[in-house]
Design a binder for this molecule. Structure first.
Ligand SMILES: Cc1cc2nc3c(=O)[nH]c(=O)nc-3n(C[C@H](O)[C@H](O)[C@H](O)COP(=O)(O)OP(=O)(O)OC[C@H]3O[C@@H](n4cnc5c(N)ncnc54)[C@H](O)[C@@H]3O)c2cc1C
Length: 306
């Protein structure tokens, strides 16, 4: 760690409570499901909303770029890592799940799986499609994550958001510019928690539906490290089918390979670098454009420096 960053970390620590975690030179690969990428200059887990506000103010005053990190299951971090501050809402304060009659309030840092499991335990149906998505509630809101014919904002009643100046509001979905795999408002706001609308149903019926979803998912999706679907589905054809038709399944660059099981997944065989993955992405896009005239757009967000 260089002296300048040491001083910045000490200044930040002086303005927040001791429970807020602050680390320097934090490797980001273990914080992502694809498991590639370099370190963040600073990695911060604010203990509560008050400290989150203090961290945002600090970033503003010191002109430090920052990135909100969930489970890193839709992120590709470049090999030289992130020059700035990575903020992770993983403290218990941000991961709380509360049952409110037929509704559930879930913190942005809670895992989507935890939300689905708590709902099942409480006999509340509606969020079981989130069970197999390996991200957080915050990531589900930002990405409007979806599976099995449902998407996150189908069941969202309201979201508590903080802007980058620290102001908090509770918003309805129609105030948030929500679309396919995107909630535009959350590009410049932080989701703190959300209320999900559910329907009472016997836990055994919910469990049976989750089992069907799980079998469907694992019959078509690789288990190796990945960032899920690499590309958004173009209107003409699902991206995975297109990549399969181009004969690209199994193609690889270094340790990164297009999954044999699902053409839209790039898997890390263990030794992949971000550069390998990005080179493979470029090759797929070039072939899709040259042979089918289709411009594939990454769904996975690429951050950091080469
Ligand atoms: C094996 C596998 C299967 C997957 N299957 C699916 C699927 O079926 N359907 C689907 O939609 N996706 C799927 N994904 C992609 C991914 O899991 C989802 O997009 C997920 O919702 C991302 O959540 P995350 O916490 O990992 O977000 P991250 O990857 O950490 O972040 C994604 C984006 O959300 C932002 N963000 C995170 N938290 C917040 C917050 N609190 N406030 C504001 N912005 C925030 C980040 O800054 C970033 O821009 C899959 C991924 C994998 C690896």
């Amino acid at each position: 760690m260089n002296d300048k960053n040491k001083t910045i970390a000490a200044d930040l620590a002086a303005g927040v409570s001791p429970e807020t975690v602050i680390r320097c030179d934090e490797p980001l690969a273990p914080h992502t499901t694809l498991r590639v990428g370099g370190p963040a200059d600073f990695f911060v887990e604010p203990v509560d909303e008050k400290d989150l506000v203090a961290v945002l103010r600090f970033c503003g005053e010191h002109k430090l770029p920052f990135l909100i990190l969930g489970r890193g299951s839709n992120l590709l971090v470049r090999d030289r890592g992130y020059r700035g501050l990575v903020i992770c809402l993983s403290s218990p304060e941000f991961a709380r799940i509360e049952i409110l009659d037929a509704k559930i309030r879930a913190g942005a840092g809670a895992r989507q799986k935890a939300l689905a499991v708590e709902a099942r335990r409480a006999g509340l149906s509606g969020v079981e499609f989130l069970d197999g998505i390996p991200g957080t509630v915050g990531g589900a809101l930002r990405m409007n994550a979806g599976a099995m014919g449902s998407e996150t904002f189908d069941v969202v009643e309201s979201v508590r958001v903080m802007d980058f100046a620290g102001n908090i509001r509770e918003l309805k979905p129609n105030e948030m510019r929500v679309g396919y795999r995107c909630c535009a408002l959350l590009k410049n706001h932080i989701a703190l928690n959300a209320v999900f609308r559910c329907m009472p149903q016997p836990p055994a019926e919910i469990a049976a539906r989750m089992q069907v979803f799980s079998e469907k998912r694992w019959s078509s999706q690789p288990a190796a490290p990945s960032a899920g679907c690499m590309f958004r589905n173009p209107s003409a054809i699902p991206a995975g089918k297109l990549i399969e038709e181009l004969g690209l399944k199994g193609a690889f660059v270094g340790g990164a390979m297009i999954s044999i099981k699902h053409g839209n997944f790039i898997v890390n065989g263990g030794s992949a670098s971000a550069k390998d993955v990005l080179e493979l992405v470029a090759q797929i896009r070039a072939r899709a454009q040259a042979e089918r005239g289709i411009d594939l757009h990454p769904e996975v967000e690429v951050v950091g420096e080469d």
